[in-house]
Design a protein. Structure first.
Length: 447
């Protein structure tokens, strides 16, 4: 495939209307991320009930996806090296073909290996997602457009999760059918995105950059790591944003690791009960709240939206600690879903807004996603270790609640700092304008 040709060809069709782009983007989100999240969210319960996975084996499943987000900086580097459509195809092959192979798994370790490979490929979604959002939509409507795309994705996740739960309750071997089917459906979504990239001419201007990249080698492979450190050191605002999200992520990882254990050990849920109380309630709340949160983000910004969401999220682990029924878990998930609608806005739109220029968006999103991997390495292990040592979910969920509350404080302080600097900059600008005009006011007229 000729990369230069892909990068420079003019679109075959006239530029599409914004509504057409949004609708196609929403459909692609359903077929790609709706399917991925629906399948991956049921993997831990499938591993425990079908393959007899223990607590630490369950952590290996739940930690794989967030931990391997650490690869996002390398995916972001790849995105700068190849055409967008080629990148999308590589992403599909690396994330979904391992899942298709997992359909033949006969034991937990084969399932885990395929899941880990798929998680590594899935890390490539965040960099391209930020790039598409920046390229498809203007700053004025990006929050609402992202909300609509997310709403579609969560609707797809809700349907897929419930269907998988019902199917597994009927026959646990149904995973041998739905895993390769998911890979095919995801491929259709990738094809739609490739068409969108072409008709919107999103590749325009990338040819020179792609052709002049340094040849691939060890130095080039390690360059994103050094570059990440440099960006975080030089951009203090972005560093503080990442610090707040790191703190929040500790709580999120603990809850994410322990919910499947809570559901199967304490509550003895069936597949359908687990899917219904968590993987259906959560995306339903996200579906209902994502657009309002997108509207809010367009008005108050991703930093303040994230802070408010972190504060509300602190209630979620408290509810889980007290839950002794399927209904109680569903109620806690309502809190989780409504809060995460705002967190999701801040998670993606924060790096997009803080990136200093369009060409830096994918890089900032990739760095942001990589931080997920770093906290995924230790936070889930921490949560499970506390649970195993104490024999109680309460202590682990208490740590999670404190993490959410502290993250809210950090984000509110960052918002205050940003507003203070903006006020100072505005006052200096006004003072500079006044000083320029002042001589004109006192200089006498010449005859």
């Amino acid at each position: 495939m000729n990369v230069n040709r892909i990068a420079t060809d003019a679109p075959v069709y006239s530029p599409p209307k914004a509504a057409s782009v949004l609708l196609a983007h929403m459909l692609a989100a359903v077929l790609c991320q709706g399917v991925w999240y629906g399948v991956s969210s049921m993997m831990a319960v499938l591993a425990r009930k079908r393959f007899g996975a223990g607590d630490w084996q369950t952590v290996m499943i739940t930690a794989a996806v967030p931990t391997l987000m650490i690869l996002s900086i390398f995916w972001g580097d790849l995105l700068r090296r190849v055409a967008i459509r080629r990148y999308l195809v590589i992403h599909w092959a690396s994330s979904m073909l391992p899942l298709a192979v997992a359909a033949v798994a006969g034991n937990f370790w084969v399932l885990l290996a395929c899941h880990i490979l798929a998680a590594g490929g899935a890390a490539g979604w965040s960099p391209i997602s930020g790039d598409l959002l920046k390229g498809f939509y203007t700053d004025r409507v990006r929050g609402r457009a992202f909300a609509m795309v997310n709403s579609a994705m969560f609707g797809g996740m809700m349907v897929v999760s419930f269907a998988i739960g019902r199917g597994l309750d009927h026959d646990e071997s149904v995973f041998r059918l739905y895993l390769p089917l998911a890979a095919g459906v995801y491929g259709v979504g990738i094809w739609i995105l490739c068409r969108l990239v072409r008709v919107t001419n999103l590749e325009g201007g990338r040819a020179a950059m792609i052709c002049t990249q340094e040849p691939l080698g060890l130095r080039r492979l390690l360059a994103p790591v050094a570059h990440t450190r440099r960006v975080l050191r030089e951009d203090h605002t972005f560093f503080r944003y990442e610090t707040a999200f790191m703190t929040y992520g500790v709580g999120w990882m603990i809850c994410y690791a322990l919910v499947p254990v809570l559901a199967t050990d304490r509550l003895q849920m069936s597949y359908t009960e687990f899917a219904g109380s968590t993987q259906v309630v959560y995306p339903l709340c996200m579906l209902l709240m994502t657009y309002p949160m997108g509207w809010l983000t367009d008005r108050i910004g991703p930093v303040r939206t994230s802070g408010l969401s972190f504060a509300w999220l602190a209630v979620y682990p408290v509810g889980l600690a007290l839950a002794h029924s399927v209904g109680a878990v569903a109620g806690s998930t309502v809190v989780y879903g409504t809060a995460m609608a705002g967190v999701h806005m801040g998670w993606m739109l924060g790096p997009v807004a803080l990136a200093p220029s369009r060409d830096k968006v994918a890089e900032y999103v990739a760095i942001h996603a990589t931080m997920v991997g770093i906290r995924g390495v230790f936070a889930q292990v921490l949560g499970m270790a506390v649970y195993r040592l104490t024999g109680s979910f309460g202590w682990s969920f208490a740590v999670a609640a404190m993490s959410f509350a502290l993250a809210a404080v950090q984000m509110f302080r960052l918002e205050g700092s940003i507003r203070s600097r903006a006020t100072v900059a505005e006052e200096r600008s006004r003072a500079g304008t006044a000083s320029e005009l002042e001589p004109l006011a006192v200089t006498p007229e010449t005859p």
